[in-house]
Design a protein around this ligand. Structure first.
Ligand code: SF4
Ligand code: FES
Length: 247
């Protein structure tokens, strides 16, 4: 495959950025999107040009590091992470635009790399859960209904990639926050701090500069882990109950 790439280049957080055009050849349809960028970077290094900075770690769809806006879609045309996106999803001769996540809460560090530590601060503000960390408890001593266990596990699949924020016109982090609140709120172990946790995490979400949810749904459509929109309903319900002192 041969491709034309328009890639966002920005030397640092306060530098002016611009889209720069590159041509790449000999791209296999079986390469991942990041492997295609590796080929381009080898080409740039051989030419004595600064390679393109982009984030990745596991390259297995687990860590959430690799998010890119690809031709206007978070993680590109497939519902997966950028590292699990393959070049067979594109046509030879195509022009692909590659940009970093665009959100005030995710400032650009360099080129395609953004600072997503705002997500870490939201999680930190939720604090700890009060569980006895002594010897492993007997498995049946805390019964958890299957539907609640399933919903908790499904919510815990969120990898903090930030695609929901990048896809949302309000740059809201409510799908991420809803997933975090729901995965603890469904379990008995998450009950003692449930009300305080949702209030503190939402306060941090707003202070970090994420926008509010207006029920557009782009977040859930872009989420590679298929976190459903109803975690935001759970978040709002918990918040209402906490405000009434019922949690
Ligand atoms: S909710 Fe989905 S899109 Fe948002 S951070 Fe979690 S995994 Fe990524
Ligand atoms: S590099 Fe870990 S999810 Fe893509």
């Amino acid at each position: 495959m041969e491709l034309t790439l328009k890639i966002w280049r920005q030397a640092g957080p306060t530098a002016k950025g611009e889209l720069v055009t590159y041509e790449v050849k000999d791209i296999s349809p079986d390469m991942s999107f990041l492997e295609m960028l590796d080929v381009l970077n080898e080409q740039l290094i051989a030419q004595g040009t600064e390679p393109i900075a982009f984030d990745s770690d596991c390259r297995e769809g687990i860590c959430g590091m690799c998010g890119l806006m690809i031709s206007g879609e978070a993680h590109g045309p497939e519902r997966t992470t950028t590292c699990q996106l393959h070049m067979r999803s594109f046509r030879s001769g195509e022009t692909i635009t590659i940009e970093p996540w665009r959100a005030n809460a995710f400032p650009v560090i360099r080129d395609l790399v953004v600072d997503r530590s705002a997500f870490d601060r939201i999680i930190q503000s939720g604090g700890y859960i009060s569980v006895n960390t002594g010897a492993a408890p007997e498995a049946h001593s805390v019964p958890v209904p299957k539907e609640k266990a399933d919903r908790a596990f499904d919510s815990a699949k969120c990898i903090g990639c930030g695609a929901c924020v990048a896809a949302c016109p309000n740059a809201s982090g409510m799908l991420f926050l809803g997933a975090k609140v729901t995965h603890l709120g469904e379990l008995p172990q998450g009950q003692p701090e449930r009300g305080g946790r949702v209030v503190k995490m939402l306060e941090t979400h707003d202070l970090e500069g994420f926008g509010g949810c207006t029920n557009i749904g782009e977040c859930a459509a872009a989420c590679p882990k298929e976190i459903p929109l109803d975690v935001i309903s759970t978040l709002n319900a918990d918040l209402r109950q906490a405000a009434r002192g019922a949690l």
